[in-house]
Write a protein of this length. Structure first.
Ligand SMILES: NC(=O)c1ccc[n+]([C@@H]2O[C@H](COP(=O)([O-])OP(=O)(O)OC[C@H]3O[C@@H](n4cnc5c(N)ncnc54)[C@H](O)[C@@H]3O)[C@@H](O)[C@H]2O)c1
Length: 316
């Protein structure tokens, strides 16, 4: 068991490691014994992790960063150092309205293209790419876009209409193309709304629980930032799946209604295509559990405390 675990330790490049998701992912990977190099525009202070300030939208910088030193003290190798064992690509603008739309599209798509191209050409065999559940496209559409069926699984139609989500879908296609051309494993994570450990008792989760009719846009799902780290670790341990897309969400629906009851009430005419767990998140993580063996550790009910704002509501 110990030997099997050791055999999977590696030199892992994380992009966007200074950000919200990246920091949690790095914590999880360090806890599992990996060596990390962080590529980001901004530095991060973390013992034992070097940040190489890198603009991923610049291909030359990406090729250099993936084929260079990991620490100032590391001796120069003869020839090129070996490629990283894996790249976990989180960097990018995480939503619209941070920069003008065209700049978001340019930077997020060019960055992902550059990471996939450089990693594959340098011989990296495993890449994890951050996409988003926004690709399902129920936000920002003209009129009232709805899911066509439940649960929302990875083969559900995707039709994003906003720039951030369109760029994410482009990145999924880029990832698929590179996986097919190089025979690499590229696992795309359609990440749900990321909740940090300190955010369970803030406005978003309060509204998730007490106003579920507002949260079609998140598929009544969330991802704990630490569990996202667990998903990346699970992705590192599983090989040979080629190109895959996984919803990256936690197990449970983000309110107190049994799933079928809520969906029947809000969308009485939308088909439910299979049996679902009583409190399964409609934007389901069943595939990542089945194929990567992911197991969540951070159920929201363990941390949420704002039950008493509405009398009569209490946890099980
Ligand atoms: N936060 C969420 O709820 C959420 C939901 C779905 C998907 N995602 C995706 O997860 C990833 C991480 O999101 P986050 O919440 O940690 O965002 P974040 O803004 O906290 O972190 C992103 C990091 O990427 C870096 N970055 C951006 N552009 C870069 C570039 N050109 N070169 C190098 N570094 C660059 C930023 O400096 C930042 O540190 C993103 O791809 C985002 O789209 C996030």
């Amino acid at each position: 068991m110990f030997r099997a675990t050791l055999a999977k330790l590696g030199r892992i490049v994380v992009t966007g490691g200074s950000g919200k998701a990246g920091q949690s992912i790095i914590t999880e990977l360090l806890d599992n014994g990996h060596q990390i190099l962080n590529l980001d525009l901004v530095p991060m202070s973390r013992q034992g992790v070097h940040t190489l300030r890198t603009d991923l939208a610049d291909s030359g910088q990406v090729f250099n960063a993936l084929s260079g030193q990991w620490a100032l003290t590391e001796p120069f190798p003869e020839g090129l150092p070996p490629p990283p064992d894996a790249v976990i690509h989180m960097a990018g603008y995480p939503r619209n309205m941070l920069v003008p739309d065209n700049e978001l599209f340019r930077s997020n798509t060019q960055g992902t293209y550059n990471v996939c191209e450089a990693a594959c050409k340098l011989g990296v065999r495993k890449i994890v790419v951050a996409s988003s559940t926004t690709v399902y496209g129920v936000a920002f559409a003209q009129g009232d876009a709805n899911y066509s069926s439940f649960p929302i699984e990875e083969d559900h139609d995707v039709c994003p209409t906003d720039t951030y989500a369109i760029a994410k879908l482009c990145n999924e296609r880029v990832s698929r193309g590179f996986a097919a051309r190089f025979g690499a494993d590229i696992y795309v994570l359609r990440i749900g709304h990321v909740i940090g450990p300190d955010e369970y008792n803030e406005d978003t989760f309060y509204s998730y629980v007490h106003e579920p009719e507002l949260w079609k846009v998140h598929g009544w799902a969330y991802i704990d930032s630490r569990d996202l780290g667990g998903m990346c670790e699970a992705a590192l341990r599983k090989d040979g799946l080629g190109f895959q897309v996984f919803n990256a969400t936690n197990d449970s629906i983000t309110n107190l209604s049994p799933t079928r009851e809520l969906l029947r009430k809000l969308f009485p005419n939308t088909p439910i295509t299979r049996e679902m767990e009583e409190f399964e998140a409609p934007l389901t993580n069943a595939k990542i559990k089945r194929l990567l063996g992911f197991q969540e550790k951070h159920k929201w009910r363990k941390y949420f405390t704002l039950w008493d704002k509405k009398p009569g509501i209490a946890p099980d």
